[in-house]
Design a protein around this ligand. Sequence first.
Ligand code: PFF
Length: 449
Amino acid sequence: MAKAHFSRIGFILAAAGAAVGLGNIWKFPYITGIYGGGAFVSIYLITVLLIGFSLLAGEMMVGYKGGKDAVSSFEIVAPKGQKGWKYAGFMLFSGLLIMTFYSVVIGWIFHYIYLSVTNNLPTTMDIADTTFNNLVQISPITSTIWHFLATVFVAVVLMGGIKAGIEKANLILMPLLLLILGGLLIYATNFDGFHKALVFMFEPDWSKINSEAIVRAVGHAFFTLSIGIGTMVTYAGSMSKEQSLFKAAMWVMVLDTLIALIAGVMIYSFIFEYGAEAGKGPGLVFKTLPVILTNMGTTGIVIAIIFFIALAFAGLTSAISLTEPSVEYFIQRFNWSRKKSIIINTSLYFIVGVGAILSYTTAYGSTFSIGDKPLFDAIEFTTDSILLPLGGLAIAIFVGYILSDEDRKEILQDRVNPKVYQVWLFSLRYVAPLAIVFMMLNNFGIIKI
Ligand code: PFF
């Protein structure tokens, strides 16, 4: 059977669906809050444009030419005598590892949809703390049930394959997500807080920036664009050769950035309108926002419902893209049926995910730790600080140095303006690797600026 391909818009929405996730709507706003707003946003934007885009396009190139799972695509695209580069494709397993906690967080969002619909969202910050802690620390069974439902959703969509599964889910969920976030942003323009949010997000106060903020911005650029785990290789493997790769990559970057900025401005409009604090960390969306919304009465509850639904959509389209690379790998390399591959892969991350849930639970004593970190944090640290940057480095070296100029130009089919090509290549060969090495050394405390 011939391999199914995405339609043009299908590819852009699927790749944007991969990129736009919890990273955009949950993480980006709160880390912006921690690092003080505008200056952090500026560094993030520069990083996405300079480093993120070059790696995103580079990663897509491997799949575009290879046309298969990540491991096979690296093998096919690698020049003769350098086929060992296929091992770079093993970056796809980072996706499964990310899923062990990503699916748990999607489960929490399901729980908050449930709390909104049943009008049980917290009304004060103290209650918000208790509500969240009850879910995360006291009641692993609730978390596990929601985590299971998230897993089943991903499995069902993947069962439909590229066209009827992944493309269709993204064609429905992504426009809905844009509509909801756009609608909420328009609603927020009525607030005085809207103007304050704009100033907070876009007026840089450089005194708030330190090396940690820079490292977080670079790291987040990877995570948000889904770089370095083989997702973009795998999706581009089903891209039509008629489609311009650079244009598609640009669309993905623009949509991803736009949605992060919309989410940030929208959430901070509410925060400032109701005098809440900006730098509260991960609880921003699960604690601060719900308290504000419940205190707004019925309108607030309705907003809470659609907001958490949008957050779930964003998370689910990314979850699909985190799982598909491994699913496709076992289909192509081990001849597994799609069904078998999906069941085994999703079961694997589901089980480890239960370990991650238990690692936060105080009810049974916290036994699931690695070193001094709960399993949940240990996996997040390993993927965020080690595996994703390593994956990005592999892409930069492979596309920037191992492929020849002819190889690259052949893949891009002369569709790229020569000046743009030069800037892109410079960034891929020099800027991206340096930034990655700097970030990793910093993460391990080897250098501190
Ligand atoms: N980009 C997603 C987010 O911002 O939430 C997370 C993610 C998805 C990371 C897919 C990596 C990936 F391959």
